[in-house]
Write a protein that binds this ligand. Structure first.
Ligand code: NGO
Length: 538
C-alpha cells in the first residue's frame, strides 16, 4: 500500500499534512514542497492550509519588538539560510521598519499563548510570510529547526543552491512531551576537542535536544581543569583508551562549550563519575587511594575496578573542591555524579559515600543527577536517576528504581539496549560494542518512555525525559560519532519531544528517510539502515 501511496503523492501534492503527511515520499532533490509536518521530531499539531510560502531574494527576517534573545535566534536563522539561498536576509527590528512587506520571516516573542510553555512555538506559513511565535527564545529556536526542516534539504548546503525555497502553507503548534531531552558524549574514553564537541552540539540542536551531558571523567582520563588539584587534568588527562595523548578542557574552554551549547539552547550537564570509574584521579594523587599508592594510568576498557577511598577524609576534601570548582563554571541546574558500576566499593561504603557526595552537590546549589544505581543508596530530594538498564535487568533492580521514583526521584530513561548510541546496529557494524545486544534503528525508536518501566511500578509522572548516551571506547572522530548517532539520535529525540499519539514506526521511518538528504547535505556520515527507504542520492 505504501508503494501506491508514494506514487500518488509524488505526483505533485503540496500541502498534505498531519499524520497522513508522514506517508508522503521524501523529496530526493530540492524542488517539491515538503508536506507540513514532515519533520523530526513530529510536531504535536499540524494543520495544512492554503498556498505555500516562498522565500524570495528581498526577504527580511523581522524581529517583533526590540528583543535581544529573539534577535540572536534571527541571526542564527540568517546564518543557516544565507549560504545556500544566496539571499541577504537582513535581520531587522519590526518596529523600526514599519510593518514590513509580505514574503518575510517573522520571529515574535510574546508573553501570551501560555499553552506554548517554555519551549513550544507556533509556525504560521502562507503566501504572505512565515511567522514563528513563542514565549521564549528557546521556543523560537525550536521553531527555527522546524522551519529549516520544512525547506528543501539543499538549504543545508554551504554553497549557493537553486530554489525554489518554499514552505507548505498552514499552522504548526508544537510543544515537547518531556522537559529533558538529552544526549551524552563520553570525552573521557577518547578526548574530543572544543570544535569537535561544537559540531555535535549543532547536530543535536537540529532535533530539538536540549540537554548536553558531558561525561568528563573516567578510569581512562580526567578532562576538566581543577585548580586545587592540578594533576587531575595535567596527568590524569594525559592519555585515553588505546594509549593516545588524551587531553582536557581548561576552564575557559569548558566555558566556551557551555556558551556554545547555550547559543543552541542546550544546557550542559557535567558528570564526574564516582566513587568508581576514578582510576585517572587515583593515578594522579596517591592520597586518594586507601593504600596510599597511585596506580598507573589506564588505557584499557574494563569497568568497575577503581574506587575512591570511602573512609578517608581527604576523599571529601577532594570531591568538595572538584564539585565547588565545577559548579562555579556550570550555569546549568544539574551536576551528575555517576555512581555506576561501583563493583570495588562495598554497598555500605557506597551508601555512605553517596550521602556525602550528594550533600556536596546540594551545598553548591546543583540538582543531583546519577546513574540509576544511586537508587540503591538514598537519593536526596529532587535527585534525578538515569536508568540505563536493559530488557535483562532484574526485577529487584527495577523495583528499587520504582521505589525511588514513587518517592520523588525523577527518571531520565537511557535504556542501554534502546538508546545507547555505542551499541552496534547489527553484527556487521564496525564501531561500537554489543554487550547490550545489537540495536537497529527500529529497536532504538520503538519503545514508549511513559510506560517503559510501568511494569515495575514506575509512575509515568516520574519520567522527566530521555537521553541517548554515546560512550567512546571505540569512537575517535566526528565521523565515528555521526556513524553511531545518526540516524538513532533523531529517534530518541522524537521520543523525547513528540506526543505519544504520534508514535508509529511505519510513518516515522518515512519522515526519517526524508532526513537522509538533509543529513547528507550537512555532511553527516550517517548509517544507511536497510530498514529505511533512503531517497536516492542521500
Ligand atoms: C556502561 C558503563 C560505561 C560504559 C558503557 C558502554 C554505564 C552507565 N556505565 O554504561 O562505563 O562505557 O556501558 O556501553
Amino acid at each position: 500500500m505504501a508503494g501506491s501511496l508514494l506514487l500518488v503523492l509524488a505526483a505533485g501534492a503540496c500541502t498534505l499534512g498531519t499524520a497522513g503527511s508522514a506517508a508522503a515520499r521524501p523529496e530526493s532533490h530540492g524542488t517539491a514542497v515538503r508536506p507540513l509536518g514532515q519533520v523530526v521530531p513530529e510536531p504535536s499539531q499540524v494543520h495544512p492550509a492554503g498556498a505555500p510560502f516562498t522565500l524570495t531574494p528581498t526577504a527580511h527576517i523581522r524581529i517583533e519588538g526590540h528583543n535581544h534573545d529573539a534577535r540572536e535566534v534571527g541571526t542564527y536563522l540568517a546564518g543557516l539560510l544565507r549560504p545556500s539561498t544566496g539571499y541577504a536576509l537582513p535581520v531587522v527590528e519590526e518596529s523600526g521598519h514599519g510593518t514590513g512587506g509580505g514574503h518575510d520571516i517573522r520571529l515574535a516573542l510574546t508573553a501570551g499563548s501560555a499553552s506554548l510553555g517554555t519551549e513550544g512555538y507556533r509556525l504560521d506559513s502562507g503566501p504572505s510570510g512565515v511567522t514563528l511565535t513563542a514565549r521564549t527564545s528557546a521556543g523560537l529556536f525550536h521553531g527555527v529547526q522546524t522551519l529549516r526542516q520544512l525547506l528543501p534539504a539543499s538549504v543545508e548546503e554551504r554553497t549557493r543552491q537553486h530554489g525554489p525555497w518554499q514552505v507548505a502553507g498552514g499552522t504548526i503548534t508544537d510543544v515537547p512531551r518531556y522537559a529533558y531531552r538529552g544526549a551524552m558524549l563520553d570525552v573521557s574514553r577518547h578526548f574530543f576537542t572544543v570544535p569537535q564537541v561544537e559540531k555535535y552540539i549543532d547536530q543535536l540542536a537540529l532535533y530539538k535536544i536540549n540537554e548536553f551531558h558531558l561525561h568528563l571523567s573516567d578510569d581512562q582520563g580526567w578532562r576538566i581543569a581543577i585548580n586545587s588539584w592540578p594533576r587531575l587534568a595535567r596527568y590524569g588527562g594525559s592519555t585515553e583508551v588505546g594509549g593516545g595523548q588524551g587531553g582536557y578542557y581548561t576552564k575557559a574552554q569548558y566555558a566556551q562549550i557551555v556558551s556554545y551549547a547555550a547559543s543552541r539552547h542546550l544546557e550542559v550537564v557535567p558528570e564526574i563519575d564516582m566513587p568508581s570509574h576514578t582510576n585517572a584521579a587515583l593515578a594522579s594523587y596517591p592520597e586518594l587511594n586507601c593504600d596510599g599508592v597511585a596506580p598507573p594510568l589506564y588505557t584499557g576498557t574494563d569497568v568497575g575496578f577503581s574506587s575512591l577511598c570511602v573512609p578517608e577524609d581527604v576523599t571529601y576534601t577532594f570531591i568538595d573542591d572538584v564539585i565547588r570548582e565545577l559548579a562555579a563554571i556550570t550555569p546549568g541546574r544539574y551536576l551528575h555524579i555517576g555512581g555506576d558500576e561501583a563493583h570495588s566499593t562495598s554497598q555500605a561504603d557506597y551508601v555512605s559515600f553517596m550521602n556525602r557526595a550528594q550533600a556536596v552537590v546540594q551545598k553548591y546549589g546543583k540538582t543531583v543527577m546519577g546513574w540509576h544505581q544511586i537508587t540503591s543508596a538514598m537519593p536526596v530530594k529532587g535527585a534525578v536517576a538515569e536508568y540505563w538498564g536493559t530488557d535483562d535487568t532484574g526485577a529487584a533492580e527495577r523495583a528499587q528504581v520504582a521505589a525511588a521514583a514513587k518517592n520523588g526521584t525523577g527518571l531520565v530513561l537511557a535504556p542501554a539496549d534502546r538508546s545507547y548510541l555505542d551499541m552496534k546496529y547489527d553484527e556487521s557494524t564496525e564501531l561500537g560494542q554489543d554487550w547490550a545486544g545489537t540495536v537497529e534503528v527500529d529497536r532504538s525508536y520503538d519503545w514508549d518512555p511513559g510506560t517503559y518501566l510501568a511494569g515495575a511500578g514506575v509512575p509515568s509522572s516520574a519520567v522527566i525525559g530521555v537521553e541517548a548516551p554515546l560512550w567512546t571506547e571505540t569512537i575517535v572522530t566526528n565521523d565515528d560519532i555521526e556513524a553511531m548517532a545518526f540516524p538513532r539520535l533523531p529517534g530518541i529525540a522524537e521520543l523525547g519531544w513528540s506526543p505519544e499519539s504520534t508514535h508509529d514506526w511505519t510513518t516515522y521511518k518515512v519522515r526519517l528517510a526524508a532526513q537522509g538528504p538533509r543529513m547528507a547535505a550537512l555532511g553527516i556520515d550517517f548509517y544507511h539502515s536497510p530498514l529505511v527507504d533512503w531517497p536516492a542520492g542521500s
